[in-house]
Design a protein around this ligand. Structure first.
Ligand code: HEC
Length: 143
């Protein structure tokens, strides 16, 4: 999920975990239905099982990691191509300081408990500042 723009409205990361687990997928679904684009987030270390990458997404995420390792800025990493009758677009999502509360190596006990409850198979931990947390992935059928 994105960090709240107005943190005062939220009761902190624990509440955000529960909102995110229900609200984020619903928002993505609604956007997809309205626009005809399929929109999701993917990661090599997924928290939500739906965020597991397909073959194209996995290859691109690995390429993003490799390009970052040789000095490219994670902010600008993107991909677009036509693959099997679909237009595919991906944009890397770098790990910022805020993200570490829920995706870093050390997670507060209350956040830990919330993650264990909603994401028993969570792999999205251990990230450091500047790591590529995942990517937005969009697809649209080519006419
Ligand atoms: C309050 C805790 C929290 C914070 C802070 C947070 N996330 Fe997440 N993140 C989550 C949860 C919970 C999910 C699973 C959402 C879902 O079920 O779709 C998630 C999922 C994701 C995903 C989708 C892939 C996956 O693993 O399921 C990406 C990408 C992501 N977060 C990136 C970020 C980035 C980048 C930041 C900082 C800008 C960030 N997150 C900050 C809790 C958080």
């Amino acid at each position: 999920m994105e960090p709240p723009t107005n943190p005062g409205r939220f009761s902190g990361p624990v509440h955000a975990v529960s909102v995110c687990s229900e609200a984020a997928p619903a928002i993505a679904r609604a956007l997809s239905e309205e626009s005809g684009w399929q929109i999701k987030r993917v990661s090599l270390k997924a928290r939500n099982p739906n965020a597991m990458p397909d073959t194209v997404e996995r290859r691109v995420l690995e390429d993003f990691d490799a390009r970052r390792a040789v000095g490219e800025s994670p902010e600008t990493l993107a991909y677009s191509a036509e693959v099997d009758g679909e237009y595919r677009f991906m944009k890397a999502q770098p790990t910022e300081g805020l993200c570490l509360a829920c995706h870093g190596s050390e997670v507060a006990p209350d956040v830990e408990a919330a993650l264990a409850k909603y994401y028993p198979n969570d792999q999205a931990r251990g990230y450091q500042l500047g790591d590529i947390r995942g990517a937005f992935s969009l697809r649209y059928p080519v006419k």
